[in-house]
Design a binder for this molecule. Structure first.
Ligand code: EPU
Length: 439
């Protein structure tokens, strides 16, 4: 297993490009199951989850090919500038021509929960889907009851047997459905299913994340009729078929936000290109409040800090609230702020696994339920730490950049699921980070 070796303290400076968003590319790839003509996706990030999703699509009969010849995925250590190794791909996905399973097998779902995104498309297009239940994960229980309730509202019969969800419907029928809580992939699954349903579907209490909107843009380009994506209420007029499209994945606000937090944490000066400041408003507001200078323009955001860092509390919430996917990285930042910062996690029930690891590096953090209190500033010192999930891993890399001495971060495969060539992007900003290949 690969590890990261970070030698600090570092000051990050320069420009880096955010890749296409993992959490927009995953549903976009799943959506190609709905199409009866080739779909081209641009800006597909070079992260491990894309390989998993492509394997899943291949299993279900959708072949994908890279049109730009860029190696998809993260390779070993290397010192090239980030721009040259961005690793984003242009993928062409060909619809299934012969019989193929309507299935997401346990082996793939267990490595990537987002595999559940094929449920809605398979059901809508083929009348049947069999998807392994994801089970729990490192950050929480994460049930999919709302995905299922939404599909049932469209007329599907859903059975749970032997760890699998089996959904059937001759043809789905438009309906009115209100999510009990906003769920990102749940909204995406039901929205995709409704595109091929007979009649009108109205979905309420939808997730408003920009990734939902991006998926709707792709579906509309494929011929779907959708209004309101990115808002609380989405209306979908079912159509008979969906065709091909050429779509560019929106930039990864979480990846970009991670580098901006790193700039503030290291007293650096970083500009992230291919990033929309509007999508990161809750983070940028906090960074400015904490004493960083934030500037932005079309397609870029710059964060720099010279002075002292001030504590600013956050409460994670569905978009447009503070994203849970930046909570761990923000906590690493707050270890450097003078005073007390309260960090409240409301989206997932178990997303503080980075706390004990940060504590091993010298951070002062107390946790009560879903509230973490960070007292700073602390001089972090390098240590051996273990990554437990994707964003917790990013938090530890940030802590390692700030800390004095050597930090060894184990289980970097979590990081590789969602960050494209992170060590190379950090190297291009002057960060002393290297990948140590493991057996
Ligand atoms: N929930 C339910 N029932 C459901 C669905 C969700 O109770 O049927 C609960 C979840 O347990 C959680 C809350 O609703 O407490 C919100 O979960 P949501 O469904 O919105 O999460 P998700 O769709 O499974 C996506 C991202 C996550 C991100 C969350 C929240 C993708 C592929 N994944 O997950 O990304 O944290 O939204 O913004 O889009 C990551 O990238 O590191 C990551 C975990």
């Amino acid at each position: 297993m690969d590890r990261f070796r970070v030698v600090g303290p570092n000051r990050l400076e320069g420009r880096v490009r955010a890749a296409g968003a993992k959490n927009a590319a995953l549903p976009a790839l799943a959506a190609t199951l709905l199409a009866d003509a080739p779909v081209v996706l641009r800006g597909v990030p070079g992260v491990a989850d894309m390989r998993t999703m492509r394997r899943l699509l291949a299993h279900d009969g959708v072949r994908s090919a890279e049109l730009n010849g860029s190696p998809l995925g993260v390779s070993g250590a290397g010192g090239a500038a980030a721009a040259a190794v961005a690793g984003e791909s242009v993928l062409e996905l060909q619809p299934s021509t012969g019989p193929a399973p309507d299935e997401a097998p346990y082996e793939l779902v267990k490595t990537m929960r987002a595999s559940v995104l094929v449920l809605g498309p398979l059901l809508a297009r083929r009348g049947h889907a069999r998807v392994s239940l994801p089970g729990g994960c490192a950050i929480g229980v994460r049930p999919i009851d709302q995905h299922l309730a939404g599909l049932e509202a469209l007329g599907a019969t859903v059975e749970l047997t032997a760890g699998y969800v089996e959904a059937r419907a001759q043809r789905l029928t438009g309906a009115h459905f209100r999510f009990a809580l906003p769920t990102v992939t749940g909204t995406e699954n039901v929205m995709m299913a409704a595109t091929l349903a007979r009649g009108t579907t109205v979905l309420e209490n939808c997730a408003r994340e920009p990734e939902v909107e991006d998926l709707a843009r792709l579906l509309v380009a494929m011929g779907a009729s959708i209004e309101g994506a990115g808002e609380d209420r989405i209306t979908i007029e079912g159509v008979e078929r969906l065709g091909g499209a050429d779509h560019t994945i929106l930039p990864d606000r979480i990846e970009g936000g991670t580098y901006l937090i790193a700039a503030a944490a290291t007293g650096g000066d970083v500009t992230v290109d291919n990033l929309d400041a509007e999508h990161l408003a809750p983070l940028l507001e906090k960074l400015a409040g904490a004493g960083a200078v934030v500037e932005s323009g079309p397609g870029w955001v710059r964060v720099r800090r010279d002075g002292e860092l001030l504590p600013r509390d956050i409460v994670t919430a569905p978009h447009p609230g503070f994203p849970t996917d930046l909570q761990a990285q923000y906590m690493a930042l707050m270890t450097q702020a003078r005073g007390h910062a309260a960090i409240c996690e409301t989206v997932f029930e178990n997303r503080f696994q980075h706390v004990p690891e940060l504590a091993r590096m010298g951070a002062s953090i107390s946790v009560e339920g879903n509230l973490a209190k960070v007292t700073g500033p602390t001089r972090l010192s390098g240590a051996k730490v273990m990554a437990t999930d994707l964003r917790a891993s990013a938090c530890l890399v940030l802590a390692g950049l700030v800390a004095g001495g050597e930090t060894m971060i184990d289980r970097i495969y979590h990081l590789d699921r969602g960050y494209e060539a992170m060590e190379r992007k950090l190297q291009s900003l002057g960060g002393r980070v290297e990948r140590i290949a493991g057996p």
